[in-house]
Design a protein around this ligand. Structure first.
Ligand SMILES: Nc1nc2c(c(=O)[nH]1)N[C@H]1C(S)=C(S)[C@@H](COP(=O)(O)O)O[C@H]1N2
Ligand SMILES: [Mo]
Length: 415
């Protein structure tokens, strides 16, 4: 046996012991029976024919079925699709499973013809090609994008039956591009300029006002996603990325930046993407996504086959920075235990958490609570409603609970 495998032996043996114990407990079979089954299985699955030849662009295994959920809508081009969070590993969402939200469909844009106009209160108005932007100093960062309508159903206690349909309008990618501050320095921002309009090239001309402080802090104009060009669905060939801010302001198919001394009050920041409070007033410019988390295993839609060891696992994120702590409860919020956080933890990115759990076969209510580096604690649903009322569908970040019934079925319940 090669050296490196020997070095891992203790760990390998431990997993085998768990597997054997579980098989024994589930099927009631003896140790030797399990070994015999394993030998027979090896023979059946060992490939004996030559496999497929190398291919120019990869596909996943045909046995893998995870897919985005789409919702019926009267105007399909103004629809959305959700990430199957419960079927992803680690913190990166495969580009093919990144959630989508389009207000007028996905335009097909030829990058050779696409330009970015930077004008208004600048010294030197610019028209940049995609090639111009790719020549500039680049950088890559891992960040989530979350629609502010994500998990909006939780306000009414009618959330989706699984993480995909309750929390799937959130995804996390490695984005590559240019800092917006680099582009703005090229144009020379006049000192009166306090805001900019970012506008997309799609039919709805999605436009949002961005304060200059955010534009200068960590905003990016991205052309790369998870190692390749951003997908058409995510804004190919150029997208504005405002880390930690609500999905809508991350303007896709970005083609115009207009600097001004005041906000533009576009339709998507007045009639939409404002939060109507109980007293009839609306919050405007609620950009930051508050800390949130969701358990993705075990989760709604699953059926636990027998009691015993299981890893509770999930995702946490905050628009304000790093996730500092995630607590998990298995008794409906009576007691909480600190989950293990997967390192490295990036600011404004998904953080994977885990907690070993042994299900004793009785009713259990699983929930998670995220705490970010500013000390902000993810609130209960009631605490959130007390402050915000229930008029708005946006910015619901309350604690999410899944109920495990004695028969092993897992469903969405209010925390
Ligand atoms: N140009 C343009 N940008 C857009 C949108 C759009 O319809 N057009 N949708 C916004 C909304 S509401 C969200 S939540 C995010 C979704 O990003 P994604 O489709 O890459 O997940 O893009 C935002 N940017
Ligand atoms: Mo959105």
């Amino acid at each position: 046996m090669p050296e490196d495998l020997l070095a891992h032996k203790p760990q390998r043996r431990r997993f085998l012991r768990i597997a054997t114990a579980m098989t024994g407990a589930l099927a009631g079979c003896s140790d030797s029976g399990a070994k015999k089954d394993a030998a027979a299985t090896m023979e059946e699955t060992e490939p004996s024919l030559l496999g497929k030849i190398a291919s120019p662009y990869g596909e996943r295994a045909k046995f893998e079925k995870a897919k985005r959920s789409t919702r019926e809508s009267k105007t399909p081009a103004a629809g959305s699709s959700g990430t199957p969070l419960q079927d992803t590993y680690g913190i990166i969402t495969p580009s093919s499973l990144h959630f989508e939200r389009h207000h007028s469909g996905v335009p097909e844009i030829d990058p050779a013809k696409h330009t970015l106009l930077i004008h208004g209160m600048v010294e030197r108005p610019l028209v940049l090609s995609v090639a111009d932007i790719k020549r500039m100093p680049s950088m890559s960062r891992i960040h989530f994008v979350e629609c502010s309508g994500n998990s909006g159903g939780e306000w009414s206690g009618k959330g989706g039956p699984d993480p995909q349909r309750s929390h799937g309008l959130a995804s996390c990618s490695e984005w590559t591009g240019v800092l917006l501050s680099t582009l703005l320095a090229e144009a020379g921002v006049k000192k009166e300029a306090k805001w900019l309009l970012a506008e997309g090239a799609d039919a709805c001309k999605m436009g949002r006002s961005v304060p200059i402080e955010k534009a200068m802090a960590d905003a990016m104009v991205v052309y790369g996603q998870n190692g390749e060009a951003i997908r058409p669905e995510q804004g190919y060939p150029l997208r504005l990325l405002l880390p930690g801010w609500e999905g809508n302001i991350n303007v896709k198919w970005l083609h115009r930046i207009h600097l001004a001394d005041q906000p533009f009050y576009t339709k998507d920041e007045t009639s939409k993407y404002t939060d109507l409070m109980a007293d009839g007033k609306a919050r405007i410019f609620t950009w930051e996504m508050d800390a949130k988390s969701v358990i993705t295993a075990p989760c709604g839609g699953q059926k636990l086959e027998g009691k015993g060891f299981r890893e509770i696992s999930g995702l946490a994120w905050s628009g304000r920075g790093r996730i500092e702590k995630v607590e998990v409860s298995t008794d409906g919020g009576k007691t909480w235990a600190a989950a293990q956080l997967q390192e490295p933890r990036y600011p404004k990115a998904f953080t994977r958490f885990r907690l070993p759990w042994t299900w004793d076969g009785s009713d259990a209510v699983l929930s998670s609570r995220a705490i970010d580096e500013t000390g902000y604690v993810q609130p209960s649903r009631q605490a959130l409603i007390d402050v915000r009322g229930t008029n708005s569908q946006y910015h619901c970040n309350s604690i999410k609970a899944w109920k495990v019934a004695a028969d092993g079925s897992v469903t969405n319940v209010e925390a």
